[in-house]
Design a protein around this ligand. Structure first.
Ligand code: HBI
Ligand code: FE
Length: 296
């Protein structure tokens, strides 16, 4: 079980970035593509290169996951999922963009895989969501550590149709560029992890998932929303930014919000004083409750 470490992912172009939580294995994607990868790490979605097996993997992943959402995925996700368009093959990103841009002025851009922090934050700040354009192999059907097109497209993109959430992600990107200048990326990466990737929301009819890592995982949906093992705490910035996470197992704790507006408003203040406060406080291992804390 790997806890979050600042791993370096060596990429062909030049930069050897720190991508928190990435495994130490070399990245899967082809970051050269014969020069087709731009300086911001975006590249054309090489849709013609998908094989029948690739499309079939996407179709089977989508079919299996879509049947699991009721009572577990949040309303905003379920309402927006049809906006991805076709589900029997990997969608063309420009077709998704036709609908996404009209909804929240976001667009998705293809990338060869995990990209360095600064390009990542810059794209988010520009309302561009990086979507890995390759898909897992059939033998990786049940689990893959690195995000592939199913994780990014199915897991992340429907949530970008929600205005408040979409504004939060853009503000997160702007905050990330500032965190980079302050050397606070690892702390801020935890906020991303415990919201955009593994966040839970309390709806009137109960807890639901809005994090892409949960929504794109067949097993973690049940574990995160209904499981008795994980702790669930109200999302508080300092607590989340002190909490380590695991990259290749179900989460041992989750953080819960009451609304996407609340999430957006959390990021209103300048985080600099928070980073200063964090320097004096030790990290907290995942799955640990502090004295006085109780799981929701
Ligand atoms: N790159 N393509 C891609 N997708 C991510 O989710 C991603 C990334 N690079 C960095 C990263 N996430 C996290 O370390 C951020 O919290 C910075
Ligand atoms: Fe993700």
């Amino acid at each position: 079980m790997v806890t979050s470490t600042a791993a370096t992912v060596t990429l062909t172009p030049v930069e050897t970035p720190t991508v928190y939580g990435a495994s130490d294995r070399p990245p899967r994607g082809d970051y050269s593509r014969g020069g087709a990868v731009h300086l911001d790490y975006t590249c054309p979605q090489d849709w013609a290169s998908y094989t029948a097996a690739d499309h079939d993997t996407y179709r089977r992943l989508y079919e299996r996951q879509a049947t699991k959402l009721s009572g577990l995925a949040c309303d905003a996700f379920i309402a927006a999922l049809p906006s991805l368009g076709v589900s029997d093959r990997i969608p063309r990103f420009e077709e998704v963009n036709d609908r996404l841009y009209k909804a929240t002025r976001w667009e998705i851009v293809a990338v060869p895989g995990l990209i360095p922090e600064v390009p990542f934050f810059s794209l988010l700040a520009d309302r561009k969501f990086p979507v890995t354009d390759w898909i897992r192999k059939p033998e990786e059907f049940d689990y893959i550590v690195e995000p592939d097109v199913f994780h990014d497209l199915f897991g992340h993109v429907p949530m970008l149709f929600d205005t408040a959430f979409a504004d939060y992600v853009q503000r997160y990107g702007e905050g990330g560029l500032k965190a980079h200048s302050l050397g606070a990326c690892e702390k801020l990466a935890r906020l991303y992890w415990y919201s955009v990737e593994f966040g839970l929301i309390r709806q009137p009819d109960g807890l639901r998932a809005y994090g892409a890592g949960i929504l794109s995982s067949v097993g973690e949906l049940e574990h995160a929303v209904r499981g008795t093992e994980p702790y669930r705490l109200p999302l508080k910035l300092l607590r989340a930014m002190r909490t380590r996470y695991k990259i290749d197992s179900y989460q041992a704790n989750y953080f819960v919000i009451d609304s996407f507006t609340q999430l957006f408003e959390l990021t209103a203040p300048d985080f600099t004083p928070l980073y200063r406060a964090l320097t004096g406080q030790p990290d907290i291992d995942a799955g640990v409750l502090l004295p006085g804390e109780s799981s929701l």
